[in-house]
Design a protein around this ligand. Structure first.
Ligand code: 6PG
Length: 249
């Protein structure tokens, strides 16, 4: 049940952090793009098959770009029923939508300009109270329940725009939080909150490169000090696809 101010009553927090996670480790960024595109297309197909539509939240940063470019190529460019997709973002930088730093702009250039997702089914995260989020089907506690959410991991263990020590991390009611002091530029951002991430049916976390090795190892061990460790779907699938450089061992 969603209150008039856009908050969601009643948190749905996962219990204790699950045990360690075993990621899918692939050779390099190209293999990561391939595996992530295949995983994503399967989940999109499943959602459309089961419910007729797919509500998808894309990730920002550089790592998912390869996956988005791959989804714009055969066989996915024709095999995916793009007209049944509703596209959102798990976070966004508060910059103009045509700014090179915009997560929306990245996904547009890599994917959305090349596949037939209807324009009125693409919802950039431009404000804390985004009416289009009300269209996302709800879970029993009233949280938007995305079919697929993409996330990355930062070197400090952040995910989406949920940074270590940020009070947005402890948000239990709002669907979206503004972050104005992000340690990763640009500082002003918008992010889906943990309860919404954890209400998803399927989450894919992508990580690439040696710079992510320490954070990834801690997140896979579910180190509670790192925000990405708290990504734990309550009733859904969690997959990590990472390259060898990020995984290390
Ligand atoms: C953002 C992201 C952020 C990102 C990580 C990893 O807007 O910056 O959503 O959470 O996923 O910082 O970024 P890279 O993929 O660029 O390393």
């Amino acid at each position: 049940m969603t209150s008039t101010d856009g908050t969601v009553d009643g948190p749905r927090l996962p219990g204790d952090l699950e045990t360690a996670i075993t990621p899918v480790v692939v050779a390099d960024p190209t293999a990561l793009a391939e595996a992530a595109a295949r995983w994503t297309a399967e989940r999109i197909g499943r959602a459309i098959g089961d419910r007729g539509t797919c509500y998808l939240a894309l990730a920002g940063g550089a790592t998912p770009k390869g996956c988005y470019r791959r989804l714009a190529q055969p066989p996915y460019d024709r095999a995916v029923r793009w007209n049944r997709l509703f596209v959102y973002w798990s976070d966004e930088r508060r910059v103009p939508l045509d700014d090179p730093a915009s997560n929306y702009a990245m996904a547009r250039a890599a994917l959305l300009d090349h596949v037939p997702v209807p324009k009125d089914q693409v919802f950039p995260l431009t404000q804390e109270r985004l009416p289009a989020l009300d269209r996302v089907p709800k879970d029993p506690s009233g949280l938007p329940r995305f079919d697929v959410i993409h996330l990355g991991i930062g070197e400090d263990g952040h995910t989406a725009s949920l940074f270590p020590g940020s009070d947005a991390l402890t948000e239990r009611h709002a669907v979206v939080r503004a972050v104005d002091d992000a340690p990763k530029p640009p500082p002003h951002r918008l992010t889906l909150t943990l309860p919404v991430l954890n209400a998803a049916r399927a989450i894919l976390v992508m990580a690439s490169g040696a710079s992510k090795r320490e954070a990834l190892a801690r997140v896979l061990r579910r180190d509670p000090a790192l925000p990405a460790s708290h990504v734990q779907p309550v009733d859904g699938e969690l997959e990590f696809i990472v390259d060898q450089a990020a995984f290390g061992r």
